[in-house]
Each structure stands twice: as structure tokens, then as C-alpha cells.
Write a protein that binds this ligand. Sequence first.
Ligand code: COA
Length: 364
Amino acid sequence: MTNTEVFEGLEQVVVARTRLSQVDGQGGHLTIAGYPIEELAGRVGFEDMALLLLTGALPDAATRRAQQSALGRERVLAHTRLCARAAPPLGSDVMSALRSALSLLPPNATPTALLATAAVATARSCREAAGEESLSPNPELGHAADLLRTALGRDVALEEAALLDAYLVTVAEHGFNASTFATRVVASTGADLVAAVVSGVSALSGPLHGGAPGPVLDLLDRVGSKERATAVIRAELAAGRRIVGMGHRVYRVRDPRAFVLERAIRRFESADTSARLELARAVEAAAETELAAAHPERALKANVEFYTAVLLDTLSLPRTVFTAFFACARIAGYSAHYAEQRAEGRLIRPSALYVGPRAQSPAA
Ligand code: COA
């Protein structure tokens, strides 16, 4: 018998088992390989997070140092490789440049090579946006510190590097979101890691998943002052637009990563950031109230991208590269899902309910 039930957007459909992360949408908890995200972000660095995802355990000091060196070596190689290529065609956006840079890697590239290449390509895009030459990586630095240094074109303070590190850790992995699922679909065909990761990165460029933090900053700029928050949110909704940075497919409460990122920004706090954070809190509160009135049936609260915008802006990164920074972290998750899918998964091949014309003979 044909199954006629269609699960639009695969909501609530369980398609695999994973050991990588648990997303509790009702309780608002995110656990990565057994560790609550609150215990990881701001406490371990991105090197540790990548190893946790790729090996299932947090590293000892020697393994961490080896991973830091491996990432440093790969950043230098990636820089040489990208410098040897013509610049991406004029007008190509940051995400296209990132995809192209990743695609240059050989099919047997390691997750470390992919992470390093993403960091170097993203930093290059930042320097290009500033009309400046790209900086050579410093393999002695931690991954977050060197990514930020090469992106901003200057030495960075420990606190700045720590803030980016907290961000990269927070967003490195998050269950079966659209881009991770895209990665796993490609992995399930037996394709190589580079092909699978490029498909994940491609899925990130849309505004519903990954592409929201730049527009969140545009929204904060449009609001300008706390007093205007409600009026601007109402106008957005009246114009039929979605409030960027609000709502989530899985969370029915505030995204736990929004708490973690807000905590990291507060720790960093300066006079500038506290004003920006206050504005963000006011916009979030107005959006929550207005969305509750517009959609009483569905809890629409701040998601990770809302505070991603505030955090990356605090670090003076241009909004055009926000999604690429997200990819720099999430490639750790994609790579771990790739390995899991290849080791345990079957070819992913769902069905569709045919709703086209009835079978007929072609006109004579
Ligand atoms: N602003 C206004 N309305 C929203 C909304 C938002 N941010 N998010 C959802 N809604 C509304 C939809 O318009 C829809 O209303 P309708 O039933 O009257 O048409 C209802 O809530 C359900 O939306 P739906 O698209 O089915 O929910 P989803 O689970 O597919 O959506 C998102 C999840 C994230 C795609 C959605 O909340 C969204 O578009 N958010 C803004 C973009 C964003 O921040 N993306 C980053 C996500 S991490």
C-alpha cells in the first residue's frame, strides 16, 4: 500500500542515530557528545571542540597541542594554495568564495584541512572587503586567535580571541539541521568528505538557516534606540516580513546558545558592547511580545543567530562574513557527521507523494 502521509520539512521525523549532539527543543538544552554547551563554550577552545566531535573525547594537553599545530600547518598550506589562484570573479559573494576555496581541496582532504581552508578563505574575504591584502597565517597561534588576526588585519587581544573561540565552540554542532542533513545525504552516497562539506556550506547561505545574522544587525541598526523597538517590530510584521533571529524549528523556548553567546559578550563587556547588548535585549523583548500576539500557537523566541550578530559585530567583523564564520565552526560538525554516516548510515533515499497529472497516453 502507498503511504500518503507527507511530513513537510521532515519535522519530527527521526532519520538516524547520532552520538554527536542532543537538541532538547522543549527544555532548551544542547548537549555535545555528553557535555552541556554551557560547560564547553568559554571553557574549552575550538581545537578541543573539534577533537571532541571527531574523536568522541576531549583531548589531553599533548593531543591539543598536536591539533593546534596541525591546524596551523594547514592554514599556511591553504594560504599558499589560495594565493596561487586567481582571485574569485568580481562580484562573487563571500559564501561562493568559501565554497570555491573548499572545492580546491583534494577528495582525501582531512577535516583539519577543511577547517583551516575555511578560516583562511574567510579571513581573505574580510581583508578583500577592507580593500587590503590578505595576511599570512601564524601557525604558532591558536585557531581562533589566528582567524581573527588575519580577518581584522591586526594583532588581537587575548579577550578578543577568547570571545571568538567561545562563538566557534557554541556553533560547531547542532543535530540534524538543514546543512548537516545536506552533508549526510551526500555522505550517504559514498561521496568524499570535501563534496559533502561543500554541500553543507552551500545549504547555509539561505536566510532561513545560517544567513540571518547579517540581517539581524541590519534590523538592530534600523531600530537604532530601545524606544523604537516595538514600533519597528510591528512595522516589520505588518509588512509581512519575518523577524530575523527569532523562531526555531526545534526550540520552543529561547535557544540555549543565545544564553551562552550573551554570557560571552557580557564577559567581554566594554562601554560600546553594553549599549549594543542593551539595544539587542530590547529588540528581542519587543519581538517576543509581538510574535506571541501574532502567533499565540507557536513560541517564537531568540535563536542563535540573534546573538551571533551582536557577538561578531562586537569583534568589528563585517556583516557580509558572518555566515562564513558560522561555517568555519560548523565544518567540525559536518566532518563528524560525515564519519558517522559513512560508518553506520544507509543511502538516504526518501519518497515523495506524486500529485502530478494522471498517467495518460501521449496524443497521437
Ligand atoms: N517572524 C515572524 N513570523 C515567524 C517567524 C519569525 N521569525 N518564525 C516563524 N514565524 C511564523 C511563520 O510565518 C508561520 O506563520 P503562519 O503559520 O501564519 O504562516 C509560523 O510562524 C510557523 O513558521 P514555519 O516557517 O512553519 O516554522 P519553521 O519551524 O519552519 O521556522 C525558522 C523556523 C527558523 C525558519 C523561522 O522561525 C524563521 O524564518 N526565522 C527567521 C529566520 C532565522 O532567524 N533563521 C535562523 C534560524 S537558526
